[in-house]
Design a protein around this ligand. Structure first.
Ligand code: SAM
Length: 279
């Protein structure tokens, strides 16, 4: 995408999380800030997010954030005090952070951050004192330098959340960021989602993938990077990580969508996968 303009896909996913708060009861991701942040100014996008056809995507958007925040909680329980939200978009974790000692760094394109800050101001959402904004482009700037300048202690473990970003990157940018995390002290980790190589999807999965990829391309943010679970595992091991966990729709359904009165669960189309790599 262009570095000079705010991300449209960031708005799209934030609206899904806000819609999730309004119509999926109980929410898989409990996010009282989501609706306040996006506001009432996007009725058509909100209508689409609430439509039955959008249920699966909305469920995945909520589940991927919940899963990442659960991994973060695990890291915090093991002593991590730094959380880096890579490609933060309109992520709201920092504004409802339950861990007083956790320092949060939001990394994104400068234009997306300016836009987010104006939305936070409009919604009168206060900036917490333990939040730092780090404006940079993973394709062209060194993440480790940017984070160190912003105050991240590279000698202490940190957890990284990297949602909705990897499919938009080049393989080089993906590898560069993974190598930054891999060099962090033991106890560090990263959770990200990735797009499954379309040729490995079922025919219906492929149609759903093509629709989604047309939409993001039309927003100026085309998908470029795909993995299979096997080649991702090899990629992460090659980057030097010790422990890897991967979860797809079935695993997320088991974790978060059992016994719901509304029947909400993820379809087996398998468009997106989540991976966590621990140092
Ligand atoms: C689909 S949005 C996801 C936002 C957020 N992680 C979430 O789940 O709500 C993708 C985000 O990645 C950011 N992004 C994409 N490519 C980037 C790059 N090369 N450098 C910095 N940020 C980038 C965009 O600005 C946008 O905020």
């Amino acid at each position: 995408m262009e570095t000079g303009r705010a991300s449209k896909t960031a708005l799209g996913v934030a609206i899904r999380r806000a819609a999730h708060q309004l119509i999926d009861k109980p929410p898989v991701l409990d996010d009282p800030i989501a609706m306040r942040l996006v506001g009432e100014g996007h009725p058509r996008l909100m209508e689409r997010a609430m439509h039955p056809v959008g249920r699966d995507f909305r469920g995945f958007m909520a589940a991927r954030s919940r899963y990442t925040e659960d991994r973060l909680a695990e890291a915090v329980a093991n002593g991590v005090t730094q959380y880096v939200v890579l490609g933060a978009g309109l992520d709201t974790f920092a504004y409802r952070n339950p861990f007083p000692a956790l320092q949060v760094f939001e990394v994104d394109f400068p234009a997306t951050q300016v836009w987010k800050r104006s939305m936070l101001e409009r919604a009168a959402i206060a900036l917490p004192s333990n939040l730092v904004f780090v404006a940079l482009d993973f394709e062209h700037q060194t993440l480790a330098d940017g984070l160190a300048e912003a105050g991240l202690d590279l000698h202490k473990p940190a957890f990284f959340g990297w949602l909705g970003v990897v499919p938009y990157l080049s393989l080089d940018a993906f590898r560069a960021t993974m190598s930054v995390v891999a060099k962090m002290p033991a106890g560090s980790g990263v959770t990200f989602d990735y797009a499954v190589a379309p040729e490995t999807l079922s025919p219906i999965g492929r149609i759903a993938f093509e629709r989604l990829s047309e939409r993001v391309a039309a927003a100026g943010e085309p998908f470029r990077l795909f993995f299979t679970p096997e080649n991702l595992e090899a990629e992460i091991r090659g980057a030097g990580f010790d422990r890897i966990e991967q979860v797809g729709s079935d695993g997320l359904n088991e974790l978060y969508f059992q016994n719901r009165a509304d029947g909400l669960k993820l379809s087996p189309l398998g468009l997106g996968m989540l991976a966590t790599a621990w140092v």
